[in-house]
Design a protein around this ligand. Structure first.
Ligand code: AMP
Ligand code: TRP
Length: 349
């Protein structure tokens, strides 16, 4: 048993075009964890500006992620919903972690390589140290569990490396100040990456991740798509010509088919194996309409609620302000402990 109280933390960037991958891989699962855990859900606006964001769009996108959280069933009173830049501890702890993380560790991050592309010299320094800020997000709340999609696994491993190095470098000081349990000052956070849709793929190419920046729009189901758009995208989704197999093994080497079955399973809250049992032998001309009906039934109410909330920016901003205050109340003593441990002097406690 960990000495740390269980707490869930996760975040989504307000970088536009929330899609089915964000929903199934992250936001839907955030909502599900509320019945068993204390949950803190962040709109990570400081991560978003590691690449250029139009300022007016950014503010709308921050409200949109918050409304997606609420529309997907996250309770802004029971859980905490806030945006990162309103709690200054994220930036402060990220600086300390920039001094803990090694260049070599950051150099290995595949997301940086993908996002920076060929022109690495021209990437922002923020994009390079992005994982230190992510570790700060999590550890500022001593979070023990972090639900994310598969693509974030490497960043969570780095978070554990940073926590371990901090605990180890300052072990004597942590003991002297009596600030740590058996594990140290920070917990070894567990990634929560489970279920049939931890990596939702493009509808146009089952070997590529569905992403916010995918072109064309047909590759991605947006959370705000209406029933017609969903139906069209599923109808045009790439498939092969074989019927569905009866067993999971039969989906090997069939990435487009595996993707659609995985999406179906996640939306229906069941397993890929069960979907195949039910649809064994089905051709895509029969399976696709079933998938459309299911996707519309599950996603349309979310889109409706997001539209309703988007018309009420005052409410959303109230939720974010209240969340920031409650988040700050947890973060403040954790950050104070870090300052004491590191030896930064603060006379205003
Ligand atoms: P981002 O859009 O990069 O801020 O991602 C927000 C959350 O959605 C993270 O937990 C990601 O791992 C998750 N996510 C993003 N794209 C996908 C995808 N295609 N499939 C599953 N999860 C995803
Ligand atoms: N890097 C994550 C992504 O792109 C977003 C994120 C930022 C995050 N801070 C986090 C996720 C903390 C989980 C916990 O998807």
């Amino acid at each position: 048993m960990s000495a740390f109280e269980a707490r869930v933390f996760s975040g989504v960037q307000p970088s536009g075009n929330l899609h089915l991958g964000n929903y199934l891989g992250a936001i839907k699962r955030f909502a599900g964890l509320q019945s068993t855990h204390n949950c803190v859900y962040c709109v990570v606006d400081m991560h978003a500006i590691t690449v250029w964001q139009d300022p007016a769009h950014l503010q709308a996108a921050i409200r949109e992620v918050a409304s997606a959280y609420i529309a997907a069933g996250i309770d802004p009173k029971g859980s905490i919903i806030f945006n990162q830049s309103q709690v200054s501890g994220h930036a402060e702890l990220a600086w300390v972690f920039n001094c803990i993380a090694r260049m070599g560790w950051l150099n290995r991050m595949t997301q940086f390589k993908e996002k920076a592309g060929k022109n690495r010299e021209n990437a922002s320094a923020g994009l390079f140290v992005y994982p230190s800020l992510m570790a700060a997000d999590i550890l500022l709340y001593k979070a023990t569990h972090v639900p994310v999609g598969e693509d974030q696994k490497q960043h969570l491993e780095l978070t554990r490396d940073i926590a371990a190095k901090f605990n180890n470098d300052y072990a004597d000081r942590i003991a002297e100040l009596d600030l740590g349990g058996e594990e140290g000052y920070f917990p070894m956070t567990e990634p929560v990456i489970s279920g049939p849709a931890t990596r939702v793929m493009s509808l146009r190419d089952g070997t590529k991740k569905m992403s916010k920046s995918d072109l064309p729009d047909l590759a991605r189901i947006n959370l705000t798509d209406d029933a017609d758009a969903i139906a069209k995208k599923v109808r045009k989704a790439k498939t092969d010509t074989e019927p569905l197999p009866g067993e999971v093994d039969g989906l090997k080497e069939r990435p487009d088919a595996a993707n659609l079955v995985g999406i179906y399973a996640a939306l229906a809250e069941t397993t890929t194996a069960d979907v195949l049992k039910e649809h064994a032998g089905a051709q895509f001309f029969a399976f696709k309409p079933a998938l459309t009906d299911l996707a519309v039934a599950k996603l349309a109410p979310i889109a409706d609620e997001m539209r309703r909330l988007n018309n009420d920016p005052g409410y959303i901003e109230g939720v974010l302000a209240d969340g920031a205050e409650r988040a700050d109340a947890i973060a403040r003593p954790v950050l104070q402990g870090v300052k004491d441990i590191v030896g930064l002097l603060s006379s205003r406690k």
